[in-house]
Design a protein around this ligand. Sequence first.
Ligand SMILES: [Zn+2]
Length: 435
Amino acid sequence: MRTVICIISIVFACSVPAESVNVENIRIWAAPESTRIVFDLSGPVDHKLANLTDPFRTVVDISNARLKNDLAQPVNADRYLRRLRSANHDEDLRVVLDLKKIAMTKSFQLEPNKTYGHRLVIDIYNDEIQDTSVDDVMEEREEALSAARDVVIAIDAGHGGEDPGSIGAAGTYEKDIALSLAKKLAAKINRVHGMKAVLIREGDYYVRLRDRINKARQYNADLFVSVHADAFTDPRVSGSSVYVLSQKGASSEHAKWLAEKENASDLIGGVKLEDKDDVLASVLLDLSQTASLEASIDVADRILGGLKKVGKLHKRRVESAAFAVLKSPDIPSVLVETAYISNPAEEKKLRNPAHQEAITSAILSGLESYFRSYPPDNTIISQNRSQEYVISRGDTLSEIATRHRVSLQSLRQANGLRSDRIRIGQKLVIPLTGS
Ligand SMILES: [Zn+2]
């Protein structure tokens, strides 16, 4: 027998549309912890959601609606969705979401914005979030705590999913550029001995701004770097900029404008944040933000120094603005606007893999230089900074290199060695990078 286990939410819109509403399109965004289904509508709708079991499925009833196109189907890797089905009952449209396992659902409608029209959004998620990647990292961290740990850098690819970010004249989406740069930067960081990168967003889905910060904290990140490539109203504007948080006035009108635009992401990608804990957040902010901000400015300045070698800078100094994503009270956070996607020449460059390599190398050099100067306690870098190795009998240079996870080449270089001959009692400096 089929049993109704729960009806999570029954939502009626206030206005009853007189004529039939078209469901123009259905988009599915699979994130690691949830799946979002977006119905693009010709107007607001009345809808009901019911979760049924045997098999697990969610039934979406939309009053007085018509499906205009074929149903989208989930990717195989989707953790929640097996498939979508639809049927018409009189004037109403029923879409059935067949699930792979029991899950929670919620739904809400969004007003039109610059990118999309009316939307009905359904989120499928599980309350007990089991993020294996977080667990894995935490486990590794625990093990590492007894010895020296890696410096952890959280890399946040801006936008994602139904928030494309800015769009270039040639059709390039900022969200795609940001993800590509984030992945390249992460790979580079992971090649540095003593540094580890975690990606806040790993695919094409939206993560709420507050959740981006929380995720970085879950990973115990030492630094948060948000990667963007924004647009300005004037296509001639170009160059890289690096931002830190400002609680009061932004350093320029331009910075203010940009921050407002970035913060609006949550209005595109989801509902407005519930800001219950904002009072608490602002108290915490005051307490520990001064120290974080100093560190943020230092890192930002070094990243800017790296970017200067790759291309033009928009502003030669670190700028500040009230980006929501930089509001971690305890994790130094910077936002890199790599270039202006609204500038046709920069849009072209941003798509170029070689240029992406150059940008990410520049950011890495800033990060490395900062952590070499100020390594957090108990990290491999803090130990390596003054680490010396005294040669004993039977040692070979290549074996020392392997043991310390550095390349033979960098070991030779760090010690100015022309050959691999070493003598007992000789002191070697163990360099930081392994590649
Ligand atoms: Zn952006």
